[in-house]
Design a protein around this ligand. Structure first.
Ligand code: GLN
Length: 489
């Protein structure tokens, strides 16, 4: 049962061939069996899941099925869930139980989904391998014995979905945290247009970049999840009012039957070193798209190679401000010191891990009066130029393609420096700076048998068009990502 996609499961649920309770039990059994080994959930909500499933079954029986009734999902543990521990994978929030529900998780409740649990991530979503989690790193189910990373920061979600411990789920993408982990686990991960999906109730990292989005095994499934997540939210001041986003239940072809599409390739990425496998698969998929009518054009995003530097100034700056609230006074961990300042210090030293502390220091430094103009303002200008260049490029092409990563999943025990981790975000951060939608879709398997992904990037709010092109790539790549195949069990 766990090999079903969301689309297939919905059909079977509607036809009453399976029940939501059976489906949920199948996932809970599998979580029981493999959850500890994969470390993909921080909290499993078994009782809640069965109650959700029973309610879904009752609605389906009454002919009142909701959009995703009975679909068992994992929620990244960055989304506040009322009455359910929400940790952001930090010791700081280890015992935090929110009194409120995030807009995104509420939308999933309203759509009838079943909550299996809260998925693991990098602490406060800062990282690339999910290794900064206070709860330890999740593991990639592909070639499990090799203990590869499932990516980060949404690595718990990708580990769970690729292994059949959830049918789909949510992630957040500030600089690549949906797309990178999805690419290296053979999944579809969509970072929507900034402002399309509400950030309300989602633990803040860098507010001008944070973007909730769906992760699933197929493009169609990602579209179904995105339909539920998208929409204006008065509680989020950056939520788009009239996004002009067309929800759809089926992702229609954008190519074939004489349809024309100009697909852009980014000139500046041509000189970036990628693995021979990534190069081969990228070229193969481009050739496939050409064969069904895509016209390939080269576009220029002149400052795109400066995106990393700009991101690693802007993101820590915003984070240092956002995370100032964890001072031991209102909620979360508190370590008492000899006076107020000492309590702040002890609480923050004990509550935050090394990477989060590093970002607090960098962020505070670039916002200091001596550095603000030379670092923060300069980064903001680079950001503006990158956004403008994307706009110009979308005058010359309809959608853009680029790799999602340079290579396949690396071992969890790889010994990389902070800068080497940061460099892995080279292909993803520019889209966050520009606020444009980008989806990573599997493009094939490397020689070593591991999956790789291509990104489809579009103009703001062309999210569905992005998914349409992603679906063609998915069909040409034809990788088998059924969980029982991936896990070999
Ligand atoms: N790897 C990036 C970082 O560490 C992106 C994280 C994210 O998108 N949340 O900041």
């Amino acid at each position: 049962m766990i090999d079903l996609t969301i689309t297939q499961a919905l059909e079977k649920l509607k036809a009453r061939e399976i029940s939501a309770t059976e489906l949920t039990r199948a996932y809970l059994d599998r979580i029981e069996k493999y959850g500890a080994e994969l470390n993909c959930y921080i909290t499993v909500t078994g009782e809640r899941a069965l109650a959700d499933a029973a309610a879904a079954d009752a609605r389906i029986a009454a002919g009142d099925a909701l959009a995703l009734d009975g679909i068992p999902i994992g929620m990244k543990d960055l989304f506040a869930t009322r009455g359910i521990r929400t940790t952001a994978a930090s010791r700081m929030l280890e015992n935090f139980i929110p009194e409120y529900e995030s807009t995104i998780s509420q939308k999933f409740i309203d759509a009838g989904t079943v909550l299996l649990g809260k998925t693991n991530l990098d602490e406060f979503a800062m990282g690339t391998f999910s290794k900064t989690s206070y709860f330890g790193a999740p593991v990639n189910p592909w070639q499990l014995e090799r203990r590869l990373t499932a990516g980060g920061s949404s690595g718990g979600a990708t580990s769970a979905i690729a292994s059949g411990l959830a049918i789909g789920g949510t992630g957040t993408d500030t600089g690549g945290s949906i797309r990178f982990p999805s690419a290296i686990t053979g999944l579809v991960g969509m970072k929507p247009t900034y402002g399309l999906c509400s950030r309300w109730g989602c633990v803040a990292f860098a507010s001008s970049l944070d973007t909730p989005g769906p992760i699933a095994r197929t493009v169609d499934d990602a579209a179904l999840l995105l339909n539920v997540m998208a929409g204006h939210d008065p509680k989020d001041s950056t939520s788009a009012k009239n996004p002009g986003f067309d929800a759809c239940t089926a992702v229609e072809p954008i190519l074939g039957d004489g349809k024309k599409l100009r697909v852009g390739i980014i000139k500046e990425f041509a000189d970036v070193e990628i693995s021979p496998d990534m190069k081969r698969l990228f070229d193969a998929r481009i050739a496939d798209l050409k064969s069904i009518g895509a016209e390939i054009v080269t576009v220029s995003i002149p400052n795109i190679l400066d995106a990393l530097a700009a991101y690693y100034i802007i993101a820590p700056a915003e984070a240092s401000s956002n995370l100032a609230r964890y001072d031991g006074m209102k909620y979360g961990l508190r370590v008492d010191g000899k006076d107020l300042i000492d309590t702040y210090k002890k609480t923050r030293a004990a509550g935050f891990g090394t990477e989060v502390q590093r970002r607090m220091i960098v962020g505070t430094a670039v916002l200091s009066s001596e550095s603000y103009e030379v670092y923060f303002m300069q980064a903001a200008r680079v950001r503006r130029m990158i956004a403008d260049s994307f706009n110009t490029a979308f005058g010359q092409c309809d959608l853009i393609l680029c790799p999602a990563s340079a290579g396949t999943a690396m071992p969890l025990d790889s010994d990389l420096s902070p800068l080497e981790y940061y460099a892995l975000d080279l292909f993803t951060v520019a889209m966050n700076l520009a606020g444009v939608p980008a989806c990573s879709v599997p493009c094939g398997l490397a020689e070593n048998g591991l999956p790789l992904g291509i990104q489809v990037v579009g103009p703001r709010f062309a999210d569905m068009r992005v998914l349409q092109l992603a679906k063609h790539i998915e069909q040409f790549a034809g990788i088998d990502n059924r969980p029982t195949k991936v896990m070999g069990k």
